[in-house]
Ligand binder design. Sequence first.
Ligand code: PLP
Ligand code: COI
Length: 352
Amino acid sequence: MGVVIMIDPKNIRWDELTFSLTPTRTMFITTCKADGEWKSVPLQPFGNISLSPAACVLNYGQGLFEGLKMHSHKDGKTFTIFRPQENAARLAYGCERLCMPPVPKELFMEAVTAVAKDNKDFTPPYNPNSASQGSLYIRPTVWGTAPLLGVAPSPEYTFMVFCSPVGPYFKTGFKPIKLKMLKEYHRSAPGCTGGVKAIGNYAGGMLPAKKAKAEGYQEVLYLDAVESRYIEEVGAANFFCIKGNRLITPALGGSILPGITRKSLLQLAKDRLGMVVEERKISFEEVFDSDEAFATGTAAVISPIGLINYEGKDHIFSKGEVGMLTRKLYDMLLGIQHGLEPDLYGWLHKIE
Ligand code: PLP
Ligand code: COI
């Protein structure tokens, strides 16, 4: 394994960042026995780690990850992470689902805060004119790392947090994306692990995404695995559509990830825009009849959907442009994250 070279943050071209890894200064890494306790440790330089080829996570996928973002504010001095307590709770819940010892909320917050603080200078500066939506992406993981041959929970676990400056998830930035809706592939099913950020949920989407990209689409829009009729998610992002004053998103039923951006937008749309918000089943026929559509996620932020192709037919939203309410929600969310709007709900975790 090669040595990881850290780039001096002064040499990073912030406007050219994509959603890809730029190694930073430090990471957090601690271990815990299956029946033991997670311990706080000092940060260490970001670098490669060593694992047994028989590690449970590598062979059986016993692992979870999280994604958070730190944003810089206009004053150039304030840095805030968006709703990290929500990620802490989701990670702990996911640990239970995958038979891993939950990382305590306090340790999660300590590790995320320490990594963010020590790598603060890797956070892209606030730039209202940049389409890059730059931020410091923070990636916690929990893996079963002990070697074992039989399929069983690992006797030992590793909790890691690293980070990377990133640009837009979709290369087009805040421009409408084109999706391919498929019925022959599904992301998850009732009773499976779609409702947690299990690492094993993601490899299965690579082939459908590759096929969709080869045809000129940015992502796949997944339907439910039972009837192939109701919308689930957009790759690694939640789905929303708007009809009149109603904001509609698929209800969480265990196969859809409870997105933190999703939860935040439901609240903002209701409280600040006076929209009627609905969490329920949405058939693809209903979606085709809606006015606006978009995908949400920490990485994807709010990505407007301009077109959905299904069985060879294109369905276009907002004339293929960014819808008015989608833009309002985007401005509001980014406004809060970058400190341009008041943090009325206490969503921002300040890094001193
Ligand atoms: N759905 C999936 C499958 C995801 O991986 C993500 C990314 O985290 C989301 C939705 C959006 O969740 P959040 O808004 O918490 O980032
Ligand atoms: C996120 O939005 O944080 C994600 O996890 C999406 C992706 C990079 C898997």
